[in-house]
Design a protein around this ligand. Structure first.
Ligand SMILES: [Zn+2]
Length: 787
């Protein structure tokens, strides 16, 4: 246990230093007390030396002051051409702010440096919070997880040292290095541990059954806890504090550790034990790739750090993935009888008599294995989980459910049962050895609760609309379908960040240091885990009210079809850099456009940080695994369209074509040359037309005719175009694509009601050859809205 004390104490001292920086800056009465505490602290030379060395390595200056934080995303540049590279330079700042207790608002960047006044409110709030910490026995001031959380809450939007490094990222990096050094003082090396729980997608998406939405959601929650448990096992085995976790979530983890032999051994043992368990539990569908890499300690502040990061992720972990379960080969090869498969997950190693009815309330419900039945049950109840207690003991009062991990004994590690107890209310009595994970909770008071010895936040992208038919439960699929506008269908959206690997490996150029890589992964995953929940539930505050601000950052109006609430959504998975969301089809479509614009604004309109997405729209009877497959294929098509695109209604276009084009650069230059004689129409793209027609409210009959004619026009063009498939740029092909529609469109327009015809902008724009490629998308959208 001595080592744990040493590593944790070193980390604590660094974090206390960082809190002291805030105390001095805000003139909190805590500053003298902290100085005394740090000075009187540990006289252990090892700790003092480790802290001093870590601070020196990371250029930590205790006399420095927090300053304005430059937006880290501005530093991302994937352009290789030097001249173009310099054109891609941006300059944004972060608004000095606090992360709110619940559903924090999306922090959009500022276009100019914040003024002194901007800091006054933040300083005041920090002082208030710090002054409250001054308790009699210094309990709070020695509580590492509490202090770290305070730094994260108040120090995410101010810099310390380098102008694009947030205080929390430099503090946590320094603490991590100090803790590793305290365990291994003489070494010139550190170790980076990386893990990847693969098969998450496969596992989630191949499921097929009624009530699958709930089961899916529960499964993604379950796998998030598996990732957490891997982290916990590693920290325990390596005797490291939580501050050494650079990132964990969505099946990925990164931990900083000392470069000692026992780390490698422990990493291998933890890996083996988990894979043994995964093999038994999920028939090999999930696999944990886990490995580590030593590197010279001085490289944490050089660009080489990102190389180690990439080497570990893309090379070493890839090797493990290519020979799955090699270490568990005897168990892997064990013959097992096969039976009637579970109808949900298709495992076939469970005896038929063990399969149970998935939904006990439905007499003809399908038969499923125990895990799947558990997931189905749990899924309905996951609406409100405030705290999760990780415990060694099975029994716990007031819990509403428990997830159990029965890790089997291996050659090197004992069998171990770990229980995750779920509670609807955060305030629980927790034994000393247990850990409280507070879900999406930034309320500092909760972490001071005397019953929590160890507590930290668990961030989950988990928004779900509540059912209006069954209070306290998650909205059901048929209920959602009923709430849809027009056709009663559900939408499924899958979306992720383009070029994520390159962004991490190359994006930061010469500045690929530990604090920046840590900051980048934190801010990227915050969007998907934290701000996406807020955007789903509070559209007004995060998008509609911020319209002008977003427009300024994007140099383009922020577009939306309707200014209504669109909260009939159910997140199946959101975290890391991707998401899978279901909901009423029209709200999913609007949500996708909101996400894209908010994300681009959040990342400072950086042309190298974009999203691609795919939406499938299906009847509720359509099997979920097929819907997931369809939306996945749609997403692939969007990637295939040069990324930064959306595939919807089986049509793929750049996001800006969907949203309406304001900048001509988006149109192919050859096509522009071809259309040079045409004036650019006022309305260009897809959404502007749908919006106009929705506003005009033309009625079912008119819209039916309009849609039919527009679709016929699109079809004639597409058929004719097929003939020129080989050479789309030929004059004839272009003529077909852009002019063939004219007679038909004139006919279509003549049959619209007078108020639409009086709208000159609409009329002339629709006739413009520029809009010819969008007819099918416009028609399909209007059709679904009015069916
Ligand atoms: Zn199953």
């Amino acid at each position: 246990m001595k080592q744990l004390r040493v590593a944790e104490k070193a980390a604590l001292q660094v974090i206390q230093e960082a809190i002291r920086v805030l105390a001095v800056w805000t003139n909190s009465k805590l500053k003298e007390k902290l100085s005394r505490l740090i000075a009187a602290g540990d006289n252990d030379d090892v700790i003092k030396k480790a802290v001093a060395q870590a601070q020196k390595l990371l250029s930590w200056n205790s006399k420095g002051e927090p300053k304005a934080l430059r937006l880290l995303f501005d530093s991302i540049n994937l352009e290789k051409d030097k001249e173009k590279k310099s054109q891609n330079q941006h300059q944004h700042y972060c608004q000095p702010d606090v992360i709110a207790e619940r559903n924090p608002k999306i922090p959009y960047p500022l276009e100019k440096e914040p003024s002194l006044e901007d800091f006054i409110k933040l300083k005041y709030e920090i002082k208030q919070e710090l002054d409250k910490l001054d308790d009699d026995r210094d309990r709070d001031l020695n509580n590492l997880s509490l202090l770290t959380l305070i730094l994260e809450k108040y120090g995410s939007f101010i810099s310390f040292g380098d102008s694009d490094v947030a205080l929390i990222d430099i503090a946590r990096s320094t603490a991590g290095v100090a803790a590793a050094l305290a365990n291994n003082p003489e070494s010139n090396n550190l170790t980076l541990i990386a893990g990847d729980l693969s098969g998450i997608q496969k596992f989630i998406y191949t499921i097929s059954s009624d009530g699958a939405l709930k089961s899916l959601r529960a499964r993604s929650f379950y796998l998030e806890l598996v990732t957490e448990e891997v982290v916990q096992q590693l920290l325990e085995a390596l005797e490291l504090p939580r501050t050494n976790v650079i990132y964990a979530g969505g099946g990925n983890l990164y931990i900083l550790a000392p470069a000692i032999e026992s780390v490698k051994i422990n990493v291998a043992e933890v890996r083996q034990q988990f894979n043994e368990w995964l093999l038994g539990e999920f028939q090999g569908k999930n696999f944990l790739a886990l490995d580590c890499l030593d590197f010279p300690i001085t490289d944490i502040t050089t660009e080489k750090f990102a190389d180690y990061w990439s080497e570990l992720t893309s090379k070493k972990l890839a090797v493990h993935k290519s020979r799955k379960f090699a270490e568990n080969i005897s168990k892997f090869l064990q013959e097992s009888d096969s039976y009637e498969p579970c109808k949900v997950c298709h495992r076939d190693d469970v005896e038929s008599a063990e399969l149970k009815q998935l939904n006990k309330n439905e007499p003809d419900s399908v038969l499923a294995c125990e895990t799947c039945c558990r997931m189905f049950e749990l899924g309905g109840q996951l609406l409100k989980v405030e705290v999760i207690v990780r415990s060694q003991s099975e029994n716990f009062e007031d819990k509403f459910d428990t997830l159990t991990f029965e890790l089997p004994a291996t050659d090197k590690r004992d069998a171990k049962n770990v229980y995750y107890h779920l509670f609807h209310r955060w305030k629980q009595i927790v034994p000393d050895n247990d850990t409280a994970l507070l879900v999406n909770d930034w309320n500092i008071e909760h972490y001071k609760f005397s019953q929590f010895k160890k507590s930290f936040p668990l961030l989950l992208g988990n928004y779900a609309q509540e059912s209006s038919e069954e209070k306290g439960l998650i909205i059901r699929a048929n209920e959602m379908a009923k709430k849809a506008k027009g056709v009663n269908r559900l939408g499924y959206l899958r979306m992720d960040v383009d070029n994520l690997g390159r962004i991490f490996a190359e994006g930061l150029g010469e500045n690929k240091t530990l604090p920046r890589i840590a900051g980048l992964s934190r801010q990227m995953s915050y969007f998907f885990k934290v701000y996406l929940n807020s955007l789903a539930e509070f559209r007004q505050e995060n998008f509609l009210n911020k319209n002008k601000l977003i427009a300024d950052i994007l140099h383009k109006k922020a577009e939306f079809l309707t200014p209504k609430k669109r909260d009939n959504l159910l997140f199946i998975y959101a975290g890391g850099d991707d998401l899978f969301v279901s909901g009423t089809w029209n709200e999913v479509v609007e949500f996708a456009f909101d996400i894209y614009q908010c994300f681009r604004a959040y990342t400072g309109n950086n042309p190298d940080i974009t999203l691609s997405g795919g939406i499938s729209i299906n009847d509720i009877k359509f099997p979920l695994y097929k819907a997931a497959e369809e939306s996945g294929e749609a997403e692939e098509k969007a990637k295939g369209n040069g990324k930064d695109s959306l595939s919807l209604f089986s049509q793929v276009f750049k996001w800006n074509e969907w949203l309406g084009i304001e900048d001509n650069k988006i149109i192919d230059s050859e096509i522009q040359k071809y259309l040079h004689s045409e004036t650019r129409p006022k309305l260009l793209g897809i959404l502007p037309f749908v919006e106009r027609l929705e506003q005009q409210d033309i009625g079912v009959n008119y819209s039916r005719n309009f849609v039919r004619n527009l679709l016929i026009t699109a079809e004639i063009q597409e058929k004719a175009l097929e003939k020129f498939e080989d050479n789309k740029k030929s004059e004839e092909a272009l003529g077909t694509r852009y002019y063939l529609h004219l007679p038909k469109i004139a006919y279509t327009l003549a049959r619209l009601p007078k108020n639409v015809l009086d709208d000159t902008e609409f009329r002339t724009s629709l006739k413009s050859p520029y809009n010819a490629p969008y007819f099918r998308a416009i028609a399909t959208w209007i059709e679904l809205l009015n069916r």
